[in-house]
Design a protein around this ligand. Structure first.
Ligand SMILES: C[S@@+](CC[C@H](N)C(=O)[O-])C[C@H]1O[C@@H](n2cnc3c(N)ncnc32)[C@H](O)[C@@H]1O
Length: 308
C-alpha cells in the first residue's frame, strides 16, 4: 500500500516553484510524494530540505529520495526549522511547503493509535516515543479540561457529555486503547457516531502534538527564512488550521496594525506578503474521486514581498 497519496501536487508545484535553482523546504515530507514532485520541477542547482517529526516518515522519505543529491531529509518539528536550515546551510528560501495533519500511513497503522476504526494503543504521537501519549494526556487532565479541548479542537457540541463518559470509564480502569476510547464515546449515543469519533480523535491528536503551536512556530520560521519573491504553500484539512494560517497572513498582507478607528496610520508597518491567488484553491473533482482525503484540502499560497 502507498505510504501516502499526496494531495494537489500539480497546484502545489505550480504555485511554489518560481525559481528552478532555488532552495526549498518540504516541512512535512511524509512519504515524500510532494518532495519528489518538487525535485522533478527543480533544476540541477535546486536544493530541497525535507523534514518530518515522524521517524518512520523520515526513513520512508530517505528511501524514496536517496538517489537525488539535491535533497536532504532531516527529522525535526516546525519549531526547529530555523535551526535545521542553519545546520544544513540552506537559505534564504525560494519556497516552503506545509502539508498539514497526519499521513495515511500514520492513520492506517493501528500501533500509532490515530484511528478510531482499528484497535491499538491510545498513543497519537507523531514523533513516537516523545512526550505524553493520548492515554497519558487524558490521565493527567480533568473532565472539564477535556470537555474544553473537545469543544475547541473538535468543534463538538456534546463535548461535556463525552468527557463525562470518558472519565467515568477512566475511574474504573485507565483508558489505554483506541477501542476503549471509542466505547466511552459510543456510550453517549451520539447521532452520528463516526463523525463524533472523528472530532474527539482530532481534538486529542491536536493537543498531544501541539499542532497549532507548532503551526504558528512554523509560519513564523517561514516568514523569516523566505527571500523576497519566495513563496509559502499551506495545505490545511480542517478549519482550525486554515483559520490560523489565514489570520497569521492577514496581518502580514495588510501591514498596518493600527486600530480601525484611527484615521491615519501611525504604526508605519508595510505589507510583507501578498496572496498569490485571491481565490481559495481546492482539489479538482477528479482528484477527490481518486483520493477522498483531498476533499477537505484548502491550499493557500503567499509570496514574500520586498520591504518598501
Ligand atoms: C499529510 S502528511 C504529509 C504527506 C506528504 N506531503 C507526502 O507527500 O507524503 C503530514 C506529515 O507532516 C508531519 N508533521 C505534522 N506536524 C509536523 C510538525 N509540527 N513538524 C514536522 N512534521 C510534522 C506528519 O508527521 C506527517 O508525516
Amino acid at each position: 500500500m502507498a505510504y501516502h497519496v499526496p494531495v494537489m501536487v500539480e497546484e502545489v508545484v505550480a504555485g511554489l516553484v518560481a525559481d528552478l535553482d532555488g532552495s526549498y523546504v518540504d516541512a512535512t515530507v511524509g512519504g515524500g510524494g510532494h518532495s519528489w514532485a518538487l525535485l522533478q520541477a527543480l533544476g540541477s542547482k535546486g536544493r530541497l530540505l525535507a523534514v518530518d517529526r515522524d521517524r518512520e516518515a523520515v526513513a520512508a522519505a530517505r528511501v524514496r529520495l536517496a538517489a537525488d543529491a539535491r535533497a536532504v531529509v532531516r527529522q525535526g518539528r516546525f519549531a526547529e526549522l530555523s535551526e535545521l536550515l542553519a545546520q544544513e546551510g540552506i537559505g534564504p528560501l525560494s519556497g516552503i511547503l506545509f502539508d498539514l495533519g497526519v499521513s495515511s500511513h500514520q492513520i492506517d497503522a493501528p500501533a500509532r493509535g490515530f484511528s478510531y476504526q482499528a484497535d491499538g494503543p491510545l498513543d497519537m504521537r507523531m514523533d513516537a516515543g516523545v512526550g505524553p501519549t493520548a492515554a497519558e494526556w487524558i490521565a493527567a487532565r480533568s473532565e472539564r479540561e477535556l470537555a474544553e479541548l473537545i469543544v475547541r479542537y473538535g468543534e463538538e457540541r456534546t463535548a461535556r457529555r463525552i468527557a463525562r463518559s470518558i472519565y467515568r470509564q477512566q475511574r474504573l480502569a485507565p483508558l489505554t486503547t483506541t477501542q476503549a476510547l471509542r466505547l466511552a464515546v459510543a456510550a453517549t449515543r451520539p447521532q452520528m457516531l463516526n463523525k463524533t469519533l472523528a472530532r474527539v480523535f482530532q481534538a486529542l491528536r491536536i493537543a498531544v502534538n501541539d499542532e497549532l503551536g507548532q503551526l504558528q512556530a512554523g509560519l513564523t520560521a517561514a516568514e523569516v527564512s523566505l527571500k523576497p519573491g519566495g513563496r509559502l504553500a499551506v495545505l490545511a484539512y480542517h478549519s482550525l488550521e486554515d483559520r490560523l494560517v489565514k489570520q497569521h497572513f492577514a496581518v502580514l498582507v495588510r501591514g498596518c496594525i493600527c486600530p480601525p478607528r484611527v484615521p491615519i496610520c501611525t504604526c508605519g508597518r508595510e505589507p510583507s506578503f501578498k496572496r498569490v491567488s485571491r481565490k481559495l484553491q481546492k482539489a479538482s473533482e477528479a482528484e477527490v474521486k481518486q483520493n477522498t482525503r483531498a476533499r477537505s484540502a484548502i491550499l493557500r499560497i503567499y509570496e514574500k514581498i520586498e520591504a518598501g
